[in-house]
Design a protein. Structure first.
Length: 261
């Protein structure tokens, strides 16, 4: 279709505001010169969620920890509409434990597998991307619905994978609160974040000391975009339905208005 304009909207663009000290890996400086850096992903949805947050909370000054919890999961620290840091990195493998991706692990494990078990780069790629995370630990499924179901049947590996996932989200929320210089909004988005009241409840449990208090009733009855924090929570807790498609369409519409298409 040579006459149809093609537009690329990158999932990484939103994260170009991450400062150098946060997007540079502490390897040799050559890595930086080779372009190895933290790109971050899920940027289209993070951009959408921060715009939506402005509308729903009717405020412009927000410092947000946004949890994109889907089959691929990541967390971003957003200062108003600027990404300050995010958990995914050079590839979507870094950060949180995910459906079948491992998230952050000691890179020494990879060397150990190569040296002691003679695993090839292809085998390790497959393991890290498709045989790890919820699926790897539970041995059953990468789908949180199955994991929750198996937990109710007391499956020990599913229980461990569930606890590890919640722990991984909380640990990363803590890291993002630490670098935001203020924190007033927590967002849950994507398949797990939008649909699992149990995960939202478990993640918020124990975060009262940083002002995160969930309203159990609002959390349980949540559908669509909704504020689920209790009246005494100093942090607004929002559920936002991921809408990358809307955000992409909006960008294209802007380009048309500006005569670029
Ligand atoms: P996404 O990658 O954002 O499309 O999210 C897909 C994932 O969301 C699925 O693999 C499930 O793990 C999860 N999910 C969807 N619905 C639910 C639900 N009701 N409870 C728990 N997890 C869910």
């Amino acid at each position: 279709m040579p006459n149809i304009p093609q537009v690329g909207v990158f999932d990484t663009s939103f994260h170009t505001t991450i400062p150098d000290y946060a997007n540079t890996y502490p390897g040799p400086y050559l890595w930086k010169e080779l372009g190895i850096k933290r790109f971050g992903f899920h940027g289209i949805n993070y951009e959408y969620c921060s715009a939506r947050c402005s509308v729903l909370l009717k405020k412009d000054e927000f410092k947000t920890v946004c949890c994109h919890l889907g089959n691929g999961s990541s967390i971003a620290a957003i200062d108003h509409t600027h990404s300050i840091d995010t958990s995914m990195g050079f590839t979507p493998l870094e950060g949180l434990m995910m459906g079948s991706r491992c998230g952050s692990i000691d890179p020494g494990i990879i060397l150990f597998l190569e040296q002691q078990y003679h695993q090839s780069p292809e085998e390790i790629f497959k393991t890290l991307n498709y045989e790890s995370g919820l699926k790897g630990i539970s041995g059953s499924s990468n789908d949180m619905r199955d994991i929750i179901d198996l937990c109710s049947k007391n499956d020990p590996r599913a229980k461990l994978s569930f606890e590890m996932y919640v722990y991984s989200v909380k640990r990363n929320i803590g890291a993002m609160i630490g670098i935001l210089n203020g924190f007033n909004t927590l967002i849950f988005t994507a398949g797990i974040g939008e649909n699992s009241a149990l995960i939202r409840q478990k993640v918020c449990q124990g975060l009262q000391h940083v002002g995160v208090i969930i309203d159990e009733q609002k959390n349980l009855s949540c559908s669509g975009d909704k504020l689920i924090s209790s009246g005494c929570s100093s942090i607004d807790i929002l559920v936002v339905k991921a809408q990358e498609d809307w955000c992409i369409a909006h960008k294209i519409s802007e380009m048309r208005s500006n005569g670029l298409l």
